[in-house]
Design a protein around this ligand. Sequence first.
Ligand code: 5GP
Ligand code: ZN
Length: 143
Amino acid sequence: MTDSNCLFCKIISGGIPSYKVYEDEQTYVFLDIGPVSKGHYLVVPKNHAVDLQSGTADDACYCLRTVHKTASVVMDALGATGYNLGLNHGVDAGQEVFHTHFHIMPRYAGELRGFTKLSPADHELAEVQQLIEAKMKEAGLWN
Ligand code: 5GP
Ligand code: ZN
């Protein structure tokens, strides 16, 4: 199930490039290009649904399984010591992209835990992606 007008469906299909973090049969994971912390990434179900409540319970579970699988590897890759998990449901909650997505925001000892967007250069996002890809490979989680 995809929506040809949906930004994240286009990212999942490769029509729009992304900094891939992880992928399995049910979910796709990539860096947020407007991160609030180094390594901020998004977990999305491959099935299009505009939000968590419109999608299936199975897709919600697959996403959380992917959060569980990936978060330790990403923290390890980047030297993060924690993370915030978030989901904006609906316009009034700040949702801007209408394809279900969980935000995982790695956190670092001694750093402020703000939600202000940073503006990393492409090469900085690429470096973060490379560190994560290497750790995913070590963990046997890259495909
Ligand atoms: P929302 O506010 O809907 O929960 O979050 C949408 C997120 O998608 C934002 O954090 C924003 O930075 C991110 N985003 C928007 N457009 C793109 C894009 O083209 N590529 C990537 N990787 N992230 C995007
Ligand atoms: Zn979609």
